[in-house]
Design a protein around this ligand. Structure first.
Ligand code: PEP
Length: 254
């Protein structure tokens, strides 16, 4: 059975104290209210990672992740953070290939393939984001775009390493816009993603891969989305900044 995961992406929000207090609220609410087997991952800015990982230590339900990592092991890359450094904080996940990184920092599939390798070598589980822009969807290119992002970003991995990847389908037109993909639109793409994985690694690996939906997910629409057979949870941006909303989304799986 594949894991159900609800991951929060705080992006560049929350100063140190705000982050600690938001995370503590989430941990307490998850402890008091979550009854299912779903797993929670909070992806914070780097400054919070160590403290949050300390708060999550021994907590089987909640993990901590980063939002980016450099592709090199170490070296003269002023201002960058390595996968090893992230792992040393106690964080277990890292978001790679978020559309904001692709768009504003020019991250390509080729670069992301290297980041994936370095993250895995340092025992971090990548949450690998893929998704088409509005322009690409309107030109009916969404399937091709997703196929390419998977092939170039992930399919160089062997099956064992691929087993550590969480995929997040995030249509770029739905991120931070308030426009959510319909559950049918999301499910259609999730089926397609699983088919691509089955073609590369076989049906068993495909069935064991957690595929999240991301894009304006909130407590109102999460129920419909997460009820789809191939949607195994969500990557939540805006709504992860409010503990009540975030945990209500997590509770969709109760
Ligand atoms: C995201 O940034 O990954 C995201 C899904 O954002 P939002 O939920 O705000 O659309």
């Amino acid at each position: 059975m594949r894991k159900k995961i609800v991951a929060g992406n705080w992006k560049m929000n929350m100063d140190y104290e705000e982050g600690l207090s938001l995370f503590s609220e989430v941990v307490n609410m998850v402890h008091d209210e979550v009854t299912g087997k779903q797993h929670v991952v909070v992806c914070s800015p780097f400054i919070h990672l160590h403290s949050l990982a300390q708060l999550a230590k021994g907590n089987a339900r909640v993990s901590v992740g980063a939002q980016n990592a450099h592709q090199a092991e170490s070296g003269a890359f002023t201002g960058e953070i390595s996968a090893k450094m992230i792992r040393s904080t106690g964080a277990e996940y890292v978001i790679l290939g978020h559309s904001e990184r692709r768009q504003y920092f020019g991250e390509t599939n080729e670069l992301l393939a290297k980041k994936v390798d370095t993250a895995l070598q340092n025992s971090l589980n990548p949450i690998f984001c893929i998704g088409e822009t509005l322009h690409e969807r309107e030109a009916n290119r969404h399937f091709t775009i997703i196929e390419t992002q998977l092939a170039e970003g992930l399919f160089h991995l062997d099956a064992e390493h691929f087993g550590q990847i969480v995929i997040a389908y995030e249509p770029v037109w739905a991120i931070g816009t308030g426009v959510t993909a319909t559950s049918a639109q999301a499910q259609e793409i999730h089926i397609f993603i699983r088919k691509q994985i089955a073609g590369q690694y076989g049906q068993e690996v495909a069935d064991n891969t957690t595929i999240l939906y991301g894009g304006s997910c909130n407590p109102k629409n999460a129920g419909d989305l997460f009820a789809q057979a191939d949607i195994d949870g969500g990557l939540i941006g805006g709504a992860s900044l409010k503990s009540r909303d975030f945990v209500d989304i997590v509770k969709t799986f109760n």
